[in-house]
Design a protein around this ligand. Structure first.
Ligand code: SF4
Length: 145
């Protein structure tokens, strides 16, 4: 999670806490929601009992943002983009089973899970990626191999 995202989320945390699983609330009573582990240079979100600390029958950050009119407002940027990523050639692509080094076998990543073209089902995520390119070109550049 980027530092700016973490600060925005930290300000919102008192409102978010009551919506989390009890074990996640207990965890956050004494620990930070970010771990020391880093992915692509950024600290990763904590996991409690095998689930992201912000998971509670879906992503709580997504729900809180959506209630305010922007489902991407509080989610880490990589979560907001999912399942879109930058490939090794530097282009955006949709993660799916059997493609490159994809290691997850999530139902939603199966290429035959839906007949709806990705350009429609992922139009919000694609718009978010375009927003990133426009507003945070440096971040996008750093993500390119
Ligand atoms: S989308 Fe990201 S922040 Fe939300 S529950 Fe999943 S891993 Fe956590």
């Amino acid at each position: 999670m980027k530092p700016g995202e973490a600060r925005r989320l930290a300000r919102k945390l008192p409102e978010i806490l009551p919506l989390l699983r009890p074990e996640a609330q207990r965890f956050l009573a004494s620990k930070h929601f970010l771990t020391r582990r880093r992915c692509s240079g950024h600290r990763t979100v904590a996991v409690v009992n095998h689930y992201c600390v912000f998971y509670n029958e879906g992503c709580v950050l997504h729900k809180v943002g959506a209630a305010e009119g922007d489902k991407f407002r509080y989610k880490p940027v990589l979560c907001s983009l999912f399942p879109i990523l930058l490939c090794t050639e530097g282009d955006w692509y949709v993660r799916q089973w059997g493609l490159d080094w994809e290691g997850w076998d999530l139902f939603c990543l199966h290429p035959e899970a839906s007949n709806v073209p990705a350009r429609e089902s992922l139009k919000d995520e694609i718009a978010f990626a375009n927003r990133l390119v426009r507003e945070q070109p440096e971040w996008v550049r750093q993500r390119r191999p």
